[in-house]
Design a protein around this ligand. Structure first.
Ligand SMILES: Cc1cc2nc3c(=O)[nH]c(=O)nc-3n(C[C@H](O)[C@H](O)[C@H](O)COP(=O)(O)OP(=O)(O)OC[C@H]3O[C@@H](n4cnc5c(N)ncnc54)[C@H](O)[C@@H]3O)c2cc1C
Length: 388
């Protein structure tokens, strides 16, 4: 299989291949044992441990990569960043999700923040001293992001945030939250410090990615001030949708990492397992599965990599990033399902990692816009007719 991977990676530059090789060595040694550990524990790392992990991936620019150098970032091109990100997701997708949230909170602060906000919030994120979460979804608000109910009330210079947020990644370990809420008759993004705002979090137990925090957050007149509004007041919805454009490609790449791990397990198992007098890899139907899996995975990867290039060009690409997100996440569900099938009975036991890959993959068609919503975005852009 190495020859197939090497041939596909011939489109990468020498620098990208070297970076990937070095990152793989570090991540394989440091993170692979932790994947197993947190899977067995069934909960995410605590805040201090997560900060240490962020500092480790930041040695390769995985927190600050999307931030320009003038804001203290590594200023990487998205293709190089995406190659490393996919590798992280192959080894430990739970950490990849946490990195995606931290990196995109930093990206939002770099894009929209005032000089003071960059000093107080962006720089500590880049130094892995603080952890951020981004709060859009609510109990009554999922796909219908326009209908957020969480509310900010001004009292002089102070703003009090009230409401409940749901499914918030990094919520448990967060030091501050970027909250999408109603303010002054429009939707705005407001930064709330955990110390000052005293918001509470409750971890949710879920099917897969159990090492990534997904929380309910409770804001009960959480206090913040007017200089904590991020970007243009009233532009919170537009800003959120713009950030989705980038985040969706990385959700796709998370799925590709999970799918790649499952494919590798399936190829190894098919060569080792003998039935009817030969390795099951020698049965045509099994080879057909493997060929489907490898092709679907590469097609998804190429869609995501095109998305990365379009984002770097700075052109509008919500159609292409929606294609990348729905296709990659749904293909990973199919690929990991076939990997379980190739393992037969062993595939559904905890003795082999494919059942974990399958559960992890099943999570990904939901966040950052479900598959149905991505298709509605594509359909609207094709026809000019909104269907949602
Ligand atoms: C692991 C994980 C991490 C997450 N992290 C965050 C986070 O950090 N911050 C955050 O704010 N949110 C986060 N989310 C929330 C996520 O963005 C929402 O779950 C998602 O937007 C879907 O919302 P919902 O779950 O309420 O489903 P709903 O919107 O209730 O949808 C239920 C079903 O109905 C379908 N549906 C809804 N509307 C339509 C329509 N018009 N046409 C056709 N079908 C439709 C959906 O596609 C879905 O199949 C996360 C979710 C997960 C699973």
């Amino acid at each position: 299989m190495e020859n197939v991977i090497a041939a596909a990676q011939a489109i990468y530059t020498d620098d990208q291949r070297m970076l990937l090789e070095n990152f793989r060595k570090m991540a394989g040694a440091e993170f692979a044992p932790l994947t197993e550990k947190y899977e067995a524990l069934g909960h995410p790392p605590d805040a201090d441990t997560l900060k240490g992990l962020f500092a480790k991936v930041e040695e390769f620019g995985l927190i600050s990569g999307l931030i320009p150098e003038e804001d203290g970032g590594a200023g990487m091109d998205r293709m190089s960043y995406g190659i490393l990100y996919e590798e992280l997701a192959r080894i430990w997708p739970d950490l990849a999700i946490a990195v995606l949230i931290q990196g995109h909170a930093a990206f939002a602060l770099s894009l929209l923040g005032s000089p003071e906000q960059k000093e107080i919030y962006l720089k500590p994120l880049l130094r892995s001293e603080r952890i951020a979460c981004t709060c859009i979804s609510e109990p009554e608000v999922g796909s219908n992001v326009r209908e957020v109910k969480c509310r900010g009330t001004r009292e002089g210079e102070k703003i009090f945030i009230s409401g409940q947020k749901l499914w918030i990644s990094n919520g448990a370990q967060s030091d501050f939250a970027i909250v999408v809420c109603n303010l002054d008759g429009g939707i705005s993004m407001v930064i709330v410090d955990r110390d000052a705002g005293k918001y509470e979090s409750r971890e949710l137990r879920k099917l897969g990615l159990v090492g990534a925090s997904t929380c309910e957050l409770f804001f009960d007149r959480a206090e913040t001030t007017s200089d904590h509004v991020l970007g243009q007041p009233g532009s919170g919805l537009f800003q959120t949708l713009k950030l989705f454009e980038s985040a969706r490609v990385f959700v796709g790449l998370t799925s590709i990492g999970i799918g790649q791990a499952a494919l590798e397990c399936a190829v190894t198992y098919a060569k080792d397992r003998h039935q009817h007098g030969k390795p099951i890899a020698g049965h045509q139907l099994i080879q057909g599965y493997l060929a489907d899996m490898a092709t679907q995975l590469d097609a998804a990867r190429l869609l995501c990599q095109r998305g990365l290039k379009l984002l770097d060009l700075g052109v509008r690409c919500d159609t292409q990033t929606s294609m990348a997100k729905w296709y990659a996440t749904e293909m990973a569900v199919e690929i990991t399902g076939k990997a379980v099938q190739i393992h037969g009975g062993n595939g559904i036991t905890k003795e082999f990692p494919v059942e974990r890959h399958f559960r992890n993959a099943k999570v990904m068609p939901i966040p950052d816009g479900t598959t149905e919503i991505q298709k509605l975005v594509i359909g609207r852009n094709l026809t000019g007719v909104g269907a949602f």
